[in-house]
Design a protein around this ligand. Structure first.
Ligand code: GRF
Length: 202
């Protein structure tokens, strides 16, 4: 059974989609630990409601040691690290030890509207501002950049003329909640093959 760690920074709706997929038996994996980079977020409540071990590694307390502390909590304990609404940037040994075993979900069609400072509602505000006709979400491998890893899965949504950032965000979230469990399932089945920047789903 695939063992995963889920890293969060907020409400945890993507964490919830993984929990729900496991409960529905459509995802054969075990969430060994939830790690939050800040306290008092609803995602921690979701972990508690489902008796999932959770740790707070406060970015304000750990600063540059954040990644090392998280690495100490997951090394030799999980097969895959899932960033689910996680806002801190991982670096150092954890990236080497978990090469091609860390995935992230971003609420746009990368390479649009991503990178440093582009997170949460800002992503959707930028898409609306730019006037794109489609947006969506991307699940990608995490490398040493910000939202630059090889793309595994993308799901697209239309953008309507009367959309607000919030209405677009809600439409994209529906697809996020499908995409992340789908990718974790494919990973658990060994069906994701990465060749350079290309990712082939077998
Ligand atoms: C989501 O849009 C996710 O794509 C982004 O953070 C937002 C909040 O995620 N990375 P969640 O509800 O905390 O899972």
């Amino acid at each position: 059974m695939l063992k995963i760690a889920v890293l969060i920074s907020g409400g945890g709706s993507n964490l919830q989609s993984i929990i729900d997929s496991i409960k529905k038996d459509s995802l054969d994996c075990s969430i060994e630990i939830v790690i939050a980079d800040r306290p008092n977020i609803y995602g921690l409540e979701r972990a508690a409601q489902n008796n999932i071990k959770a740790e707070v590694v406060d970015r304000k307390q750990y600063g540059r040691e954040l990644s090392e502390k998280i690495y100490s909590l997951v090394r030799d304990k999980v097969d895959l690290i899932v960033l689910a609404g996680f806002l801190s940037i991982l670096n150092g040994d954890i990236l080497k030890a978990f090469k091609n075993r860390i995935i992230n979900i971003h609420p746009s069609l990368i390479p649009s509207f991503c990178g440093k400072g582009m997170y949460g509602i800002k992503v959707h505000e930028s898409a609306i501002e730019y006037g794109v006709k489609f947006s969506g979400c991307t699940v990608h491998f995490v490398d040493d950049g910000t939202d630059t890893g090889a793309i595994i899965c993308q799901k697209m949504v239309p953008v309507y003329a009367d959309d607000t950032a919030e209405t677009l965000q809600n439409r994209v979230l529906v697809e996020e909640h499908k995409a992340l469990p789908e990718v974790i399932k494919l990973f658990s089945e060994g069906k994701i093959k990465k060749i350079g920047r290309k990712v082939i789903i077998e």
